[in-house]
Design a protein around this ligand. Structure first.
Ligand SMILES: [Zn+2]
Length: 388
């Protein structure tokens, strides 16, 4: 989650907004405005909208305080925090380093909901001090803002304590399982599985409510569920990948017997004699023994079939200058990040200008598969890039 608008720094942590935040801000302002208009019939139009806008700004501040609590506790326990981004579904603290012990994970995760609870009950207490009594509607504008902020912050704390990864409650669960089993990987797997179950229930509930007439509200719940499902799956997969490839270098796993083709061959000949015969997905294109590019089925598919016999491999290939090259010493985990970041499935492994091999995503996934079929134990834990 990258922020689009930078707001400044607090304690060395960059604070930013993602564009999607404005969707939720607009929703809050309009639904609050509507609520105020119905309850406070003596308010003028400008008073309604100014109060709604002011409340939305304060809600933003309380979300920020929730994230700051995560981040400041993380900093105090020696973790590096890069950025806090607020987006449609809340905030994300980008904590760069991993929690190295269960205790750190526990307090970093719990700090956010604690902050929200304090803000929530604080607002409700002040409103009560101003004469508001539950369940009556507050009489003044100030009390109305405080009561809304109070309830929303308590709700935020409760929602985030649902024990499914990557919600705060899921991280607390992970920390507890970690402390008991002394196994960081297993704790992430369990918390991520619970997270998937929770997300699935959200989606079911959202769809149910949508068809029961809740309309947009139902879709919103389903959307949150879908987002949580994605995040839980990603953290589960991340454990498997990190555990499998930790410390491994490109030279350990790359395909060495790379098929090379001549650059002046026609595409038709290449397809007939190489692509359909060898079952490989990636071919090195050479010119007098030097690597000049790579050609994959994707590149061939980009050329219309009727032009295959008039097009050379060189014209269809991706030239070396456009490729992301790694060396035999590159860490497999770094190579995977490079593939994901550039949307490529193969990386040529080059040393001294000559091709040593190819590292392909599909081959790495086969390794992962073999590993899981053998049920090999794992000993590492994943980087905690995002924090909900
Ligand atoms: Zn949180």
């Amino acid at each position: 989650m990258q922020s689009n608008i930078k707001l400044g720094r607090i304690h060395g942590i960059e604070i930013g907004l993602h564009y999607s935040w404005f969707i939720i801000a607009a929703l809050i302002v309009f639904s609050l405005g509507e609520h105020f208009r119905q309850v406070y019939r003596n308010w003028g139009t400008s008073q309604i909208w100014i109060t709604a806008l002011f409340t939305a700004v304060l809600f933003f501040v309380s979300l920020l305080l929730h994230e700051l609590s995560h981040s400041l506790v993380a900093q105090a326990r020696g973790l590096k925090v890069k950025e806090i981004t607020l987006f449609a579904l809340g905030g994300v603290s980008q904590i760069e380093s991993d929690a190295t012990d269960a205790k750190t994970e526990f307090w970093v995760a719990l700090a956010g909901p604690i902050a929200s609870l304090i803000i929530g009950f604080g607002c409700l207490a002040i409103a009560a001090g101003l004469g508001w009594r539950r369940p009556a509607e507050p009489r003044t504008g100030v009390a109305a803002v405080l009561v809304w902020l109070g309830y929303i912050n308590v709700a935020l704390a409760v929602f985030n304590m649902i024990p499914g990864f990557p919600l705060d409650g899921g991280r607390v669960l992970r920390a507890i399982v970690w402390a008991i089993t002394k196994n960081a990987d297993r704790s992430t797997r369990i918390a991520a599985r619970v997270g998937q179950v929770v997300a699935f229930l959200f989606i079911l509930d959202g769809i149910w409510e949508f068809f029961s007439g809740a309309g947009f509200g139902g879709l919103w719940i389903a959307f949150i569920g879908w987002f949580l499902m994605d995040a839980a799956k990603a953290s589960y997969a991340q454990v498997e990948i990190t555990a499998a490839f930790q410390g491994m270098r490109a030279s350990d796993v790359m395909l060495r017997d790379c098929v090379t083709v001549n650059r002046s061959m026609s595409l038709q000949e290449f397809v007939d004699t190489y692509l359909l015969k060898t079952g490989q997905r990636c071919f090195a294109v050479e010119d007098h023994g030097r690597l000049v590019g790579l050609i994959t089925p994707r590149d061939v598919g980009a050329i219309p079939r009727e032009r295959w016999d008039k097009t050379t491999v060189r014209e269809a290939m991706r030239p070396l200058e456009e490729l992301h090259i790694i060396t035999p010493d590159t860490q497999v985990l770094d190579a995977l990040k490079l593939m994901a970041g550039n949307d490529v499935n193969q990386l040529p492994v080059v040393a001294n200008g000559t091709l040593q091999g190819i590292l392909s995503r599909s081959q790495l996934m086969q390794l992962l598969q073999a590993r899981s079929e053998l049920q090999l134990p794992t000993a590492h834990y994943p980087p905690m890039a995002a924090h909900g």
